[in-house]
Ligand binder design. Structure first.
Ligand code: SME
Length: 162
């Protein structure tokens, strides 16, 4: 097993512990942002966006990293809005190659966004920015999709999450 696989296995175990420990959803989201930002050196900004009630708008939730002006993002806008509109994970290895991108900070080079579902609809998403070019492998995608699948099981009704 290489170092990355070993690290990611440890992170999965830590996420299981965070989710089993109870407490509010916000506490769990905050703990997961801290874990990912601390353990994975190329995760330079880690945050959650939450769908606001019955709207088609994402609101910034717990995050670690630089302040962003994008605290509200409508479905369809930017990479985050695109992931919300399609319900699919989006991996951008080089943000300079895409047009539908909302810049958070000039040093961001790549981004991965993974949707979270609850009751058959999109409820939020996990967004990661990196200052490296093309850092996201299949292992990253699998880890983040695992975390979002676990979160969908403990998600609280819309409106109680932010
Ligand atoms: N880059 C995102 C906006 C969110 S910030 O990166 C935190 C996008 O294009 O939707």
């Amino acid at each position: 097993m290489d170092d990355k696989k070993a690290l990611f296995a440890t992170i999965r175990t830590s996420v299981d512990g965070i989710l089993a420990a109870g407490g509010s959803l916000e506490r769990k989201l905050k703990a997961i942002t801290n874990l990912l930002a601390n353990e994975i050196d190329y995760y330079d900004w880690v945050g959650f966006y939450i769908v606001e009630g019955d709207t088609e708008e994402l609101v910034l939730g717990p995050f670690v990293g630089a302040e962003t002006e994008h605290v509200r993002i409508p479905f369809g806008k930017g990479i985050c809005g695109q992931a919300a509109a399609t319900g699919e994970t989006i991996v951008i290895q080089d943000v300079s190659k895409v047009t539908n991108y909302l810049s958070c900070a000039p040093d961001v080079i790549s981004e991965i966004v993974v949707p979270i579902f609850h009751d058959g609809r999109i409820a939020g998403e996990l967004d990661i920015d990196s200052h490296e070019l093309g850092p996201f492998s299949w292992d990253d995608r699998e880890l983040l999709e695992y975390i979002c699948a676990c979160l969908s099981k403990v998600w609280e009704p819309a409106g109680d999450n932010v």
